[in-house]
Design a protein. Structure first.
Length: 303
């Protein structure tokens, strides 16, 4: 029975998942299993994994699953005492798993690694800074409010107490990190545990995606923290200032991590991404100020 279970959700991932799985074969830490749950209605991913990576524990879901629902299912199939999350469009560096486990063994129950970029496109650099400026490998280790499911370790004993992840939320990793913190296990950032990530799309699709994710995040956060109507109203009114503060914080992270030039060159992408997110949050908060704060639902997220 392996100590570590790497759990991966897949959905039309046949173009990238082979690179992800090949990176696991190069890991210096070897006491692990890989569990993948695919929910896309095609056979290419299944044939690729079962044909080229027979060591992986693979399941084909008959129905579409959101990413965290697929992770929950993969966790049910897994056996390790440590659960490590990543995505099928990420490529782990050879010492990634060893570094995560070492940080956990050093006393940090929940560990998140750093996010780097797998390509060199202008748009992708900007999108990466929008999503992960606070998780760049050039930053110092320390506590974090959220660790993304693209690069995180949770002990099964803790996950059994605070899980499962919210299966209809794309920001389910944020909620899981908040639950961990409330349980006394504040997530820890270990910058030496690196995965390289890909970003697809263009400015227009990025704007739409960030708008939807901002709406969902606002719903989840307000419900989790028990916001009042007054707090929702104040946040909605202050959103332009909060957007500026977010850009300034990203600049601080980028220059500290050696990404200063990329930050300046990709400002248009960052402005689009942060505007979309903040607009989504502000609209939800304004509605909540009028009609009351509600928990996110499948229907509200889908629309």
């Amino acid at each position: 029975m392996p100590r570590v279970s790497i759990v991966i959700p897949a959905y039309y991932s046949h173009d990238t998942v082979a690179e992800t799985l090949n990176a696991f074969r190069a890991q210096t830490y070897r006491d692990f299993e890989v569990v993948i749950v695919n929910s896309s209605p095609e056979t290419i991913t299944q044939e690729l994994i079962r044909g080229q990576f027979p060591e992986a524990n693979f399941e084909q879901s008959p129905t579409r699953l959101f990413p965290h629902a697929a992770r929950n299912r993969a966790i049910e199939r897994s056996t390790g005492e440590l659960l490590v999350f990543t995505d099928p469009d990420c490529r782990a560096r050879p010492d990634w798993l060893a570094t995560l486990v070492a940080a956990h063994d050093a006393g940090h129950a929940v560990v998140g690694g750093s996010m780097e970029l797998a390509s060199d496109r202008w748009f992708e650099r900007g999108a990466h800074l929008v999503k992960f400026s606070w998780l760049l490998s050039g930053l110092l280790p320390g506590p974090r409010w959220i660790v993304p499911s693209a690069n995180a370790l949770y002990p099964r004993s803790l996950f059994d107490k605070i899980g499962p992840a919210d299966d209809v939320l794309f920001c389910g990793d944020a909620v899981l990190a908040w639950r961990a913190n409330d349980a006394g296990a504040q997530p820890w950032f270990e910058p030496r545990a690196v995965v390289e990530h890909r970003h697809e799309g263009n400015l227009l699709s990025f704007l739409r995606l960030r708008f939807r994710r901002g709406r969902e995040f606002a719903l989840a956060r307000m419900a989790f923290e028990g916001w009042s109507r007054l707090r929702a109203a104040i946040n909605a009114l202050l959103m332009p200032i909060l957007m500026l503060l977010t850009l300034l914080r990203s600049a601080k992270d980028a220059f500290s991590a050696g990404w200063g030039r990329h930050y300046l060159m990709t400002l248009p992408v960052q402005l689009v991404g942060q505007f979309g997110w903040c607009l989504g949050e502000a609209i939800v908060q304004a509605r909540s100020a009028i009609f009351g704060v509600r928990s996110p639902s499948r229907r509200r997220i889908a629309t």
